[in-house]
Design a protein around this ligand. Structure first.
Ligand SMILES: *Cc1c(COP(=O)(O)O)cnc(C)c1O
Length: 392
């Protein structure tokens, strides 16, 4: 099929709810993507933060191949080894929590919000989230997403949500009534433009939740599973949440989500209260186990921290040359370049030259390379970015 023929199928048969670029991707390998017309693209935003260890990591490919021939899916009527093993690996890398598995970030957050209602006092039904957040597209998670543009057309939303400015301790205190069941924030806002939480803000959430009998939920769907140089974003701070959620990079490209909760909280999620048919299936869990093992065996946390810093330094060095760059921010491989004007044209021009990056909130370029990226690949990516800025 030609590129035009494939695009024709979409025009006719696929709902047009995405703004797609006119390329058909056929192969991925590490930090490279290949399209149907033979272009090789350096991918600094692989799979929208899903392919955290690069496209088709050999260890994930091998684990999936092995699992797919044994048992693809078994329902949660039974036990299965990959799910148990994955839960253990995650628990040992966070706060000794227990896991519930699902298939996406929104579902993981949905589960966290429901659990927060279950494990807190009856009168508590409210949630506090932060402006600029992104928590998903289901009704509860889009309500939690405190950005009006995502709410348009869907009012009235779920009741009980209060929004505060990110990192605003005073607003947090003011919003924290006795009905609050949980506060949910991202340790680093991803879609919101790579905004890093302050220690004060996270500490204040922790203290208020403790004082009021509410639950602290951290949405680690984008920050989780290594990209920041630690397993989870919160580990850069002196704070321990009650619940974390993860998805995106967890399965090395295979769809999986998870919610992890402290055991005493998790104990309130009893049979009948929540479930997911596909959640924790063998294939996805085997892929996630292989992803975690690959990160460990290949020392990718250290790589994410070191090469992430290297990338940030290189991008910062462009600032003197290009007035469009206001500043660079982020942690590890989660990097935002704040521009002084919109960046959509830059993203398109980079793709023409073989570099894939992303622009969010109009003026923030996201550079989120895979943890397996090499310094040479970063050099090549920054060179393309540099040349595009020179021409824009
Ligand atoms: C992407 C994202 C989600 C939603 O995940 P889906 O898998 O698209 O449902 C939720 N929270 C954060 C922080 C995200 O980046």
């Amino acid at each position: 099929m030609t590129t035009q023929e494939t695009i024709g199928l979409f025009d006719k048969y696929v709902i047009g709810n995405y703004g797609r670029l006119p390329r058909v991707m056929v192969k991925g390998e590490g930090a490279y993507l290949y399209d149907a017309d033979g272009h090789k693209i350096l991918d600094m935003f692989p799979g929208w933060a899903v392919s955290g260890i690069g496209h088709c990591h050999p260890k994930v490919v091998e684990a999936v191949r092995k699992q797919v021939g044994e048992l693809i899916h078994i329902d949660n009527t039974f036990y299965s080894e990959p799910q148990g093993k994955l839960a253990q690996l995650l628990s040992e890398r966070a706060f000794g929590g227990k896991c519930f598995f699902c298939n996406s970030g929104a579902e993981a957050n949905e589960a966290a919000l429901k659990l927060a209602r279950l494990c807190t006092a009856k009168e508590k039904y409210k949630f506090i989230t932060a402006e600029g957040s992104f928590h998903g597209r289901t009704f509860a998670t889009v309500t939690a997403t405190a950005q009006p543009k995502y709410h348009e057309g869907f009012l009235p939303l779920l009741p009980g949500f209060a929004y505060i400015p990110f990192n605003d301790v005073k607003a947090l205190e003011a919003a924290f009534t006795d009905e609050v069941a949980a506060v949910m924030v991202e340790p680093i806002q991803g879609e919101g433009g790579i905004n890093v939480a302050t220690q004060e803000f996270l500490s204040a959430i922790r203290e208020l939740c403790d004082a009021k009998g509410a639950v602290m939920i951290l949405d680690e769907v984008q920050t989780g599973v290594g990209r920041t140089g630690k397993w989870f974003g919160y580990q850069h701070f002196d704070v321990e949440p009650d619940i974390i959620t993860m998805a995106k990079a967890l399965g090395g490209g295979v769809a999986i989500g998870a919610m992890m909760a402290k055991p005493e909280i998790a104990a309130t999620l009893v049979p009948g209260k929540h479930a997911s048919t596909f959640g924790g299936n063998c294939l996805a869990c085997a892929a996630a186990v292989a992803t975690i093992e690959a990160i460990e065996e290949d020392n990718l946390l250290q790589a994410a921290a070191e090469i992430g810093q290297y990338t940030q330094d290189k991008l910062r060095s462009l600032k003197d040359k290009h007035s469009i760059i206001d500043h660079v921010r982020g942690i590890g491989m989660m990097i935002g370049i704040q521009l002084t004007r919109p960046g959509a044209g830059i993203v398109a021009a980079c793709l023409e030259k073989g570099l894939r990056i992303n622009c969010t909130h109009d003026t923030v370029i996201r550079f989120m390379p895979p943890m397996t990226v090499t310094r040479e690949q970063i050099d090549a990516a920054v060179d393309i970015f540099d040349s595009v800025l020179s021409e824009s």
